[in-house]
Design a protein around this ligand. Structure first.
Ligand code: SF4
Length: 363
């Protein structure tokens, strides 16, 4: 065992968090589920989702057999929905190509949808004790500091591989991640409580938080998306399902203008929107602004500018650019997987959310 592994593993054995996916013996499906959920998401957020997921899909076979809409509904609120769609497809691929057994080798795991180097390394090392590294943003930061690397580049992978103890590679990977999450945090590393302080180059240079160097900032595009909460003559509301592939694929939303991070801000011409995307004509007297809802994606921000209106010809509904569109009762709306901002819009409609921005009410 190298001179980092022993103190790190001793620290990990004493201080690691008892998370539900860490129960021994490790189940590869549980490890996989947690790693997919934890990407871009905090542990505290993931825990209840993890329990609900396993209650609904106890095995990989259950996940593979489930309708995509059920998968997306359970994922609702976690964001980055491509993770759920890919996990679902990967489960089907494992059932079809691998007899239902999660592959053990990282190069095979990486042939599955949504499985990159990190997730493959995590499954292979944690569930099958394979001697392969698994570097997430936490462990990359720790390595950069230990070796005073300014950039978290690909060379860290071979460095991590050389550090792996042959008897506990999975625990070593997890310990490095845990150290980054609990001790070697981005802005204020707790070097006094760190088991690797004796070997840390960044600490010895007196500037532990200076590694890795921050990347140059970039401007985040902002997109304004006019959105229509449309009703028919009764209490039904129009919901539209986005195409399966692409941003928020397969999720349902209120009738909206097309979203593109490269598009300029557009005027809220909701009558043209209703006609263009659904072949519907609005009752002009019914159109009124409801408010706005903001949402941030990784690479751009969206503000949904929401309008209420009634359609004069609901039977003429013909979606354009959507997989499908339906007139739904309030109870039916609650059953469908909505995007995060559409959940907020629905709450706005129900009066459960404070209206943050109200332009002219005569629109
Ligand atoms: Fe991070 Fe400080 Fe430990 Fe170095 S000594 S690994 S900077 S917590």
């Amino acid at each position: 065992m190298n001179n980092l592994a022993e103190p790190l593993l001793r620290w990990f054995d004493q201080h690691h968090r008892a998370l539900p996916w860490r129960r021994e013996p490790r189940d590869p499906y549980h490890v996989w589920t947690s790693e997919v959920m934890l990407q871009q998401t905090q542990v505290a957020t993931v825990v209840p989702y993890f329990h609900r997921w396993l209650a609904r899909f106890p095995t990989l076979a259950d996940l593979a057999a489930a309708p995509l809409q059920d998968v997306l509904k359970l994922w609702e609120g976690l964001g980055y929905y491509a993770r759920a769609r890919n996990f679902h497809r990967a489960a089907q691929q494992v059932m079809h190509d691998h007899g239902g057994c999660v592959p053990q080798r990282p190069e095979v795991l990486m042939t599955l949808p949504g499985v990159g180097r990190y997730v493959a390394g995590a499954i292979a090392s944690l569930a099958f004790n394979q001697p392969v590294p698994a570097l997430d943003s936490n462990s990359k930061r720790v390595l950069c500091r230990l070796f005073a690397r300014e950039q978290a580049d690909d060379s860290l992978w071979s460095l991590a591989e050389a550090l792996l103890p042959p008897d506990r590679p999975g625990a070593f990977n997890e310990a490095l991640i845990e150290l980054g999450a609990l001790v070697c945090t981005p802005r204020q590393p707790n070097c006094a409580g760190c088991p690797l302080q004796f070997a840390c180059a960044a600490f010895q240079r007196g500037e532990p938080a200076a590694y890795p160097r921050p990347r140059a900032g970039r401007a985040v595009p902002h997109v304004l998306v006019p959105t229509l909460v449309l009703t028919d003559d009764g209490d039904r509301t129009l919901l539209c399902r986005r195409p399966t592939e692409g941003l928020l694929g397969g999720l349902w939303e209120f009738l909206s203008a097309e979203q593109s991070p490269t598009a300029p801000l557009v005027d809220a011409d909701v009558s043209a929107l209703a006609y263009r995307r659904a072949n519907l004509t609005l009752d002009p007297a019914s159109v009124r602004p409801l408010g706005s809802v903001a949402h941030a994606f990784t690479h751009f921000k969206v503000t949904r500018q929401v309008w209420l209106a009634r359609a004069l010809n609901p039977e003429a509904l013909q979606p354009n650019g959507y997989a499908e569109a339906r007139w739904l009762s309030p109870a039916e709306v609650e059953q469908l997987p909505l995007t995060r901002s559409d959940q907020k819009i629905w709450a706005l409609c129900q009066g459960g959310m404070k209206v943050r921005h109200l332009p002219d009410w005569n629109g």
